[in-house]
Design a protein. Structure first.
Length: 528
C-alpha cells in the first residue's frame, strides 16, 4: 500500500547509484588532504591503460599505460584477456606493441595492465582494441549474426567466486563456444555459456559513495559501509560488505557482493540459437519475463519488468530498472533462479566491448529473434533516442484521465489516439511505495509500465529516433536494437524500454530462448 511522502524525491533516488551503472558522473575524487598527521603513507599506484582504439588487421598497435605513484619502484605486467591471441612485446614495461591479427569479421581484443608497488594490492586497468577485417564485408548488412563479437573463454578460465553447486569448482566465465548450425534449412549461430561474466571493477569514490549512501546502508551492509576502498579491483562475486540474504550466497562464493534480497548466481548452462538472417515479425509478440537474449559475455538480457505490480493485482506493472535499483550489484545486475542478468545498460559491459561514445556503439548482444543489440550511442556524442514517452495525465490530454490521476490506462499503448479506458486506481504521483527489498520510492510518473506510450511521430522523424521495438535500420548494420539511456541533470539514466521494446521486432524460431508472452501476470522468480 502506498503512503504519502512530504519530501519529494526523484524516481531514480540516488544519482550516485546511477553513476556506478552508467559511468555518467564527473571525474573521480580519490584523493584527499589530511593535515592531522605527518605520517608518510604509501598510497596505491594509479594506472590508466589508455583510450580504446580501432585498427585494421596488420596494423602495428601500441598500448601505453599512464602510471602515477609515490616512487618508481613498482612492477608492471600486461596481459591479454579476450580475443584472438597476439604476441605482445615487453609485457613488463609501460608501453607494449603488437600486430593486429587477421580476422574474418570485426573483433574486439581486451588487454589488462597490472601495477604492483610491493606494498599495496596490485591495481589494474583494461583497454579494448577493435580490429576491423579491412574489407566492406566485415558486418552482415541483414543484421545477421557476427560470430566474432562474442567474448569467448579460450583458456578455460573459471570464476574464483561463483562455484558449481554440485562440484564446488569455479564456473566457467563468459562464452564457452560459438558455432554454426543449420536446422530445417535455417542457419543459426549456437552460443553456449554458463552465464557468468568476468567483470573486474576498479572501485572509484563514486562507487564507494553509492554503496555507503544507500537509504538502508545500516542494515544492508555488515558494518554500515562497504569494505572496499578506492583503487581496489573487485572481482565478480567478491565480498564488498553487503548482507547477502538470497539463496546460493555462501561465504567466499558470492556472499557480500549482492545486497539483501537477490539470490547469488550459479552455473546456468544455456545453448542459445540465434538465426543468422532474422526476419521481421508478422505478429504482435510481447516479450515476457526471463531471457529475451544474450549479451556478448554470455549473461542474460532481461526486459523492462520484474513481474510485480501495484498492490499485486496485475495492473500498474513495475519497471525493474526503477523498482530494483537498490537490488543490483556494482555492475547493475542480479540473478533470478541463478540466472545472472541485466535489465538496462551497464558501464561494466561497455568497458568490455570498448564503447567510449566517440562513434556508433558496438554490439552488446543479440535478442532472441536474432537482431543485434547495440549500445546507446548513434554516433560521436549522440545517443540513440527512445520514442517512448511518459503520459500526460491531465484530463485535457489524449493520454490523460478525468481526475488527472492514475485512474485510466491507454486502450493501446502503441496508438494513443484511441484514448483511454477505466482501470484499477493506481498510486498518486507523490505516494511512496515499498519495494520487495523494503526500500521506499516515490511512485512519480514513469515508475510503471502503464505510464508510457509509443510516440509514432518521433519515430517518423528518423535519424536518432527509434521505433516501437527500440530499434531502427541503417545502411551498414541493417535492422538493430539500441540500449537506451538519456541525460538528466548532468547524469545518464536508463531510458524506457531500456534494451529492446515491449515486443520483439523479429520472428521467434521454434528453438528460440524466448517465447511470445501470453500477457498473464506472474510473480517474480525465486530470488528475483
Amino acid at each position: 500500500m502506498a503512503k504519502k511522502r512530504f519530501t519529494s524525491i526523484n524516481t531514480w533516488t540516488s544519482v550516485l547509484l546511477l553513476c556506478v551503472f552508467l559511468n555518467g558522473c564527473g571525474a573521480d575524487s580519490s584523493t584527499s588532504e589530511d593535515s592531522a598527521t605527518d605520517e608518510t603513507v604509501n598510497t596505491s599506484p594509479v594506472v590508466e591503460a589508455g583510450e580504446a582504439q580501432t585498427v585494421v588487421a596488420g596494423d602495428s598497435v601500441t598500448l601505453s599505460a599512464n602510471i602515477s605513484d609515490d616512487d618508481t619502484n613498482y612492477d608492471i605486467n600486461w596481459s591479454q584477456l579476450t580475443g584472438t591471441n597476439v604476441t605482445l612485446s615487453d609485457t613488463n614495461s609501460a608501453n607494449i606493441s603488437f600486430t593486429a591479427p587477421t580476422v574474418t569479421n570485426q573483433e574486439t581484443l581486451q588487454f589488462q595492465v597490472s601495477v604492483d608497488d610491493g606494498v599495496n594490492d596490485a591495481v589494474t586497468d583494461t583497454v579494448s582494441v577493435t580490429v576491423s577485417a579491412g574489407n566492406d564485408d566485415s558486418e552482415d548488412d541483414s543484421g545477421g549474426e557476427n560470430d566474432s563479437v562474442w567474448i569467448i573463454n579460450t583458456s578455460g578460465e573459471v570464476s574464483s567466486r561463483i562455484l558449481d553447486s554440485t562440484t564446488g569448482v569455479g564456473v566457467l566465465v563468459n562464452v564457452q563456444s560459438v558455432s554454426d548450425e543449420t536446422i530445417d534449412d535455417t542457419d543459426y549461430t549456437l552460443v553456449t555459456s554458463q552465464g557468468i561474466p568476468k567483470y573486474d571493477v576498479t572501485m572509484t569514490q563514486d562507487i564507494i559513495d553509492s554503496i555507503n549512501n544507500r537509504p538502508k546502508a545500516s542494515s544492508d551492509l555488515v558494518t554500515g559501509q562497504t569494505t572496499a576502498s578506492v583503487g581496489d579491483v573487485v572481482e565478480f562475486g567478491e565480498d564488498v560488505g553487503y548482507v547477502s540474504t538470497g539463496q546460493n550466497c555462501a561465504s567466499n562464493a558470492g556472499y557480500g557482493y549482492w545486497p539483501p534480497g537477490p539470490a547469488c548466481p550459479t552455473e546456468d548452462e544455456r545453448e542459445v540459437y540465434f538465426p543468422k538472417n532474422p526476419q521481421a515479425t508478422t505478429q504482435e509478440c510481447e516479450n515476457g519475463l526471463g531471457k529475451v537474449g544474450l549479451f556478448v559475455n554470455g549473461s542474460s538480457v532481461y526486459n523492462w519488468g520484474d513481474g510485480m505490480s501495484y498492490n499485486s493485482d496485475g495492473s500498474w506493472l513495475n519497471l525493474a530498472p526503477v523498482a530494483e535499483q537498490y537490488d543490483v550489484d556494482i555492475c547493475g545486475g542480479h540473478s533470478a533462479n541463478g540466472d545472472y542478468h541485466h535489465h538496462f545498460y551497464t558501464s561494466c559491459l561497455a568497458d568490455l566491448v570498448g564503447d567510449t561514445g566517440d562513434q556508433h556503439s558496438p554490439i552488446y548482444g543479440y535478442a532472441a529473434d536474432g537482431y543485434p543489440i547495440y549500445g546507446p550511442w548513434e554516433e560521436d556524442g549522440q545517443l540513440a533516442v527512445s520514442a517512448w514517452e511518459v503520459r500526460d495525465y491531465t484530463s485535457s490530454s489524449v493520454t490523460g484521465c478525468s481526475d488527472n490521476a492514475r485512474s485510466c490506462t491507454l486502450i493501446d499503448q502503441f496508438d494513443a489516439s484511441l484514448g483511454t479506458e477505466v482501470a484499477t486506481q493506481g498510486p498518486e504521483f507523490d505516494d511512496v511505495v515499498t519495494t520487495l527489498s523494503g526500500n521506499e520510492l516515490v511512485a512519480d510518473n514513469g515508475y510503471y509500465y502503464e505510464d508510457y506510450f509509443w510516440n509514432s511521430t518521433l519515430t517518423e522523424q528518423g535519424g536518432v529516433y527509434l521505433d516501437q521495438y527500440n530499434g531502427h535500420t541503417d545502411s551498414i548494420r541493417g535492422y538493430h536494437y539500441h540500449i537506451t539511456i538519456t541525460q538528466e541533470n548532468g547524469s545518464y539514466i536508463p531510458a524506457f524500454p531500456y534494451i529492446i521494446g515491449t515486443r520483439f521486432a523479429g520472428q521467434l524460431q521454434d528453438n528460440s530462448v524466448a517465447s511470445c508472452s501470453t500477457g498473464a501476470t506472474m510473480g517474480p522468480p525465486p530470488g528475483a
